[in-house]
Design a protein around this ligand. Structure first.
Ligand code: CA2
Length: 148
């Protein structure tokens, strides 16, 4: 199984600002933990981050036929981007939406998620662990479907 892990704007700043909300772990450490967990689970992962909506749209489009699913933390674009929703719908790849913080307990504007509409699960408020659980969900889904 091959998964694309996508991260949206400002997540490259992890560990450098707002540790009370997003934790102390750096973006590099996040990537290392995802890679280690994926390897243990027998899953191939490519991890990418962009601050640009169009770049994320391009990567989702290019994922068609190359990946079995997308683990996606669209960051602030979660709450605004119909373009990302349309891209996910267009490629029709299974997606798990991940948020480090518990968005359900934050500002009103974070209660809307366009990405949720194209995701089979949302994991929120579990920090880096949320990405690892998203990988596990894909593995379980694959097993349930008899693919591995
Ligand atoms: O909780 C999450 O993972 C979010 O997707 C993070 C986004 C936020 O807009 C979403 O509502 C919830 C913000 C990402 C910004 O990341 C930073 C990390 C460190 C310092 C500053 C920003």
């Amino acid at each position: 199984m091959k998964l694309l892990v996508l991260n949206g704007p400002n997540l490259n700043l992890l560990g450098l600002r707002e540790p009370d909300i997003y934790g102390r772990e750096t973006y590099q450490s996040l990537c290392e933990r995802i890679e280690r967990h994926a390897q243990d689970a027998g899953v191939l992962v490519d991890i990418r981050q962009s601050n640009h909506e169009g770049v994320l749209v391009d990567w989702i489009q290019e994922a068609h036929g190359r990946y079995d699913g997308i683990v996606f933390n669209p960051a602030a674009y979660t709450h605004t981007s119909i373009a990302l929703l349309d891209a996910l719908k267009a490629v029709n790849l299974p997606c798990v939406e991940v948020h480090l913080s518990d968005v359900t307990k934050r500002e009103d504007f974070r209660q809307v998620s366009f990405i949720r509409l194209a995701s089979f699960a949302t994991i929120s408020g579990k920090g880096v662990q949320g990405y690892l659980e998203a990988i596990d969900l894909f593995v379980k889904r694959g097993k349930d479907a008899g693919h591995c």
